[in-house]
Design a binder for this molecule. Structure first.
Ligand code: GLN
Length: 441
């Protein structure tokens, strides 16, 4: 624990400054005492982990990498994190990310851009960039990211580790700083399928504090080892034939398909919505939801407050001065989407498209067991480039957001393509995803 803390302290771009609040050394000392006195230990006893800084952990700063919440301390602990603590895991660090989850590069943060673990001139990916980099560099054994439209899967791909977005509702969202509540998912980033499985099991389960949760069966080690039931996989033809796909990503993906065929699995081409439709549907809904969720940050209850001449001024100055450009862009966009005169035309259309996307998946999963996709069309950009062109950044999410809108379990594995391979299955079939990942190894 001490060694990892030292590494984290000297790599502050992966972390936010709440390392010491977490009392990792005290907790580690307790583990030794427990073992010496012969007490029973938890499944994750003594395992050091990281937490994207959008999770409440009582008594620690929870900044969401934003100016507005720079000094905000959580008064309670998120359900998923509490379950890990109860299993004995040791929280080492709150991790740098795009502010409020808004971004795909972990540059929209007050703590400085997260650098890619493989090539530090490139972005770490986002929004859970600090979490993926910490795992890749072995600063944490696993990290808990958050995935609304790809934020676990994409940075996992960019840093060549595993990142899992479970079925929506498998893990409680209670105590996560809400971005877009209808697709927000809690999930692990780790270096092996086995670690993903164990951490997933610990965090899963129904929670009365999040009414969208459901009770799931724990996934056993034996279940993951046997992939006999997987006969057919599919992939979206338009993703692979798109002009936007990087040549390397494409040829790596096609090579993976050949390998899979050689193992006796049938491979089917599937039709899907165009990238533009997926990205605009996702951003319409995500912006609407974040505008609503962030309306509570008005200088009265949480975080920074800049006094104006009257209450309305206080709201507006506090928000204008403390939200980043990217976050303001989304709030303005979201409020427009939801406003009278526009909402029927834009917001309802977004909801309708989301239903069509979910129906499309449902049909596909009657024909195939698994859907495969590259994580992103292109390889990680250089630090600084994403900030110049927000629209290009939104479009780089083309391959991840569909699975979010479908609320499907989707795992990034660090092989297959230059940015990793995404494995997806029907809703609640998280086990099948892990089976196929193991089969591919
Ligand atoms: N890049 C996407 C966005 O900015 C996804 C982010 C996320 O999953 N938190 O909305």
């Amino acid at each position: 624990v001490q060694d990892r803390l030292d590494l984290l302290k000297s790599n502050t771009h992966n972390t936010v400054n709440s390392l010491l609040d977490l009392k990792a050394l005290e907790l580690a000392a307790n583990v030794d005492a427990k073992i010496e006195s012969g007490q029973e230990i938890g499944l994750l006893e003594g395992i050091p982990f990281g937490i994207k800084d959008v999770y409440m952990v009582q008594g620690t700063l929870t900044t969401s990498s934003s100016e507005l919440l720079k000094n905000y301390k959580s008064s309670y602990t998120a359900t998923a994190i509490q379950k890990l603590l109860d299993a004995g895991a040791i929280p080492l660090v709150k991790e740098n990310c795009d502010s409020f989850g808004h971004g795909s590069s972990s540059e929209n943060t007050i703590f400085g851009a997260v650098k890619n673990a493989i090539n530090p001139e490139l972005v770490g990916g986002g929004s859970s960039g600090g979490s993926a980099v910490n795992v890749a560099k072995d600063y944490t054994v696993f990290s808990i990211g958050g995935d609304t439209g790809g934020s676990i899967r994409q940075p996992a791909g960019y840093n060549k580790v595993y990142g899992f977005k479970p079925t929506y509702g498998r893990i409680s969202r209670y105590g996560i700083m809400a971005y877009a509540s209808s697709t927000d998912c809690v999930g692990p980033i780790a270096k092996s399928i086995e670690d993903i499985r164990i951490v997933l099991n610990v965090m899963s389960g129904k929670d009365v504090k999040d009414q969208t949760t459901y009770q799931s069966k724990a996934i056993s080690e034996e279940a993951v080892l046997n992939a006999d039931q997987i006969k057919t996989i599919g992939y979206f033809k338009n993703f692979i034939e798109s002009e936007a796909i990087d040549a390397q990503v494409k040829s790596d993906f096609l090579a993976s398909l050949e390998k899979i065929k050689a193992k006796g699995i049938k491979v089917k081409e599937l039709d899907f919505f165009e990238s533009d439709t997926l990205v605009s549907t996702y951003y319409t809904l995500a912006m609407a939801e974040t505008a609503s969720n962030l309306s509570r940050l008005d200088g009265t209850n949480y975080g920074a407050r800049i006094e104006g001449d009257n209450l309305k001024d206080t709201y507006s100055i506090t928000r204008s001065e403390n939200f980043s450009e990217e976050t303001k862009r989304r709030i303005v966009g979201g409020n427009q989407v939801l406003s009278q005169g526009f909402s029927d035309e834009i917001y309802l259309k977004g909801l309708n498209l989301r239903d069509q996307i979910a129906d499309n998946f449902e049909k596909d999963f009657q024909e195939v067991d698994i859907i495969l996709s590259p994580v992103t069309p292109s390889t990680p950009p250089k630090i600084g480039d994403s900030l110049k062109d927000p629209l290009a950044m939104y479009l780089s999410d083309a391959y991840t957001v569909g699975f979010s809108l479908g609320q499907l379990p989707t795992l990034t594995v660090p092989q297959g393509t230059a940015t990793g391979l995404q494995i997806s299955a029907a809703k609640n079939n998280d086990e099948l995803v892990l089976k196929f990942a193991h089969f591919l190894k």
